[in-house]
Design a protein around this ligand. Sequence first.
Ligand code: GLC
Ligand code: CA
Length: 550
Amino acid sequence: MSDGNRTNYNKWWKNAVIYQIYPRSFADSNGDGIGDLQGIISKLDYLEKLGIDAIWLSPVCKSPQDDNGYDISDYQDIDPMFGTLQDMEELIAEAEKHHIRIIMDLVLNHSSDEHPWFLEAKKSRENPYHDYYVWRDGTEETFPNDMRAAFGGPAWEWVPEVGQFYFHQFSVKQPDLNWENPKLRREIYDMINWWIGKGVGGFRLDVIDQIAKEPDKQITNNGPRLHEFLRELSRETFQKADLVTVGEAWGANTELAKLYSNPDNSELSMVFQFEHICLDQIPGKEKWDLAPLPFLKLKEVFGRWQTHLYGKGWNSLFWNNHDLPRIVSRWGDDGKYRVESAKMLAILLHGMQGTPYIYQGEELGMTNVRYDMEEYRDIETLNLYRERLEKGYQKEDVMDSIYGKSRDNARTPMQWNNGENAGFTTGNPWIKVNPNYKEINAASQITDENSIFNCYRQLIRLRKQYPVFVDGEFHMLCDEDESVFAYSREDSDSQLLVICNFYGKTVNNPLEKPEDSAKLLIANYQDTDWNDILRPYEARMYLINKRDNI
Ligand code: GLC
Ligand code: CA
């Protein structure tokens, strides 16, 4: 596109760091045990101190909470559990005073079955809202096909009133919206523009690659009309304002990511892709079937995304979100080397090109949990437990899968201090607090300059200080090394060098010592001299000023 103003080259979100809040687990202001908007407002000082630029807020719209808000029954109102529309307006305004923008979670692939559109749609085939959803004929006993829903069971649900099945890729309470219908699309654009008018800073688009489904062909993601829909969506909404937009796209590869995040601004700012985060999954099996991480493959995947998107698109950088286990427990060490490994993972990720996302509690090194089954709350976890026991799995094996991958690992309350309920609530928390809150909490880390919190804080500052973080070209180093993850980023002025021992054993440092003028920007051990070995999880980041060497 020739219109220079519309290209993405100098966008604010390129040196921004985004913090994800899962509202029900962040901070509870009224003692009902559930985090809420006033709770978030009360923590804006903390977030400003950390230095983040924007908050991605998991859904706070009205919802029966079958899937914790990812089932929306009113896109233009706030769920009373979280507060009111006025609280939301207050959050946007207060956050702005802290130089923080609010990014809403848009769930556009499906609504709740309690949304007025669906209540109408299921009344009759002639109802004007019927075609807002995806229906197929059949008889009660014969499903249109054998497609399965992501949370278990068939993807089709029979509605006797209309004598048809509706399609749902997630729970039965999340009927899929029919994007083929232009009227539905128009309603969605109007709703988005209404939120833009309220001053939000952007949107995260839930499972956006699934909107162009074609169930007759068993197509769920990357349907033929996906990018046509996205371009229309962007033109009608996002392009009118200076927003950041990020699409959740489990099925993206680098070629597709270039479409989504084309610098001509025709679709989105960037995507969340999951190739790196699915690597400990056995191909063709479910995420619950645990496998060790193939480390060389991890390097290859990061390297490929960094180089393929360079100058042609934009990456999101993340280890965690509300659907993933805690990274320090997963690929670090949540025991002896918790602090070192959490910092190593942070340094490794934050030196790359893209927009980093920090998931609440990641900046404290919060860990996975091992609860008794009755403490779990997530619909996906509960369904898995039931289904696998029915299929004859051993209970211990099912529990191991849950300890490893349950989404509730990320959803335990934020650990603010060592007081009751970790300072999250004065009431009964909706989900049990991780018992390690006395040791791991924000209050103790803010004041400790060697804490994980302060490591993240420093990384955010560095990103703003040195342009090489934003525009430097990525080169993987020692890509065959079985323990060390090392890379450089280079622009015309400087070189950034990142060296990480990914494991808990001391190894030889495979790199040459950089010039004496190289500046150590950050490390996770306190002594600063170059060493020919790398200690457990040791991570170092250097800046080499090329002009010094001329
Ligand atoms: C996304 C969300 C997840 C939700 C699902 C259905 O993957 O991140 O939490 O359950 O979409 O909306
Ligand atoms: Ca509350």
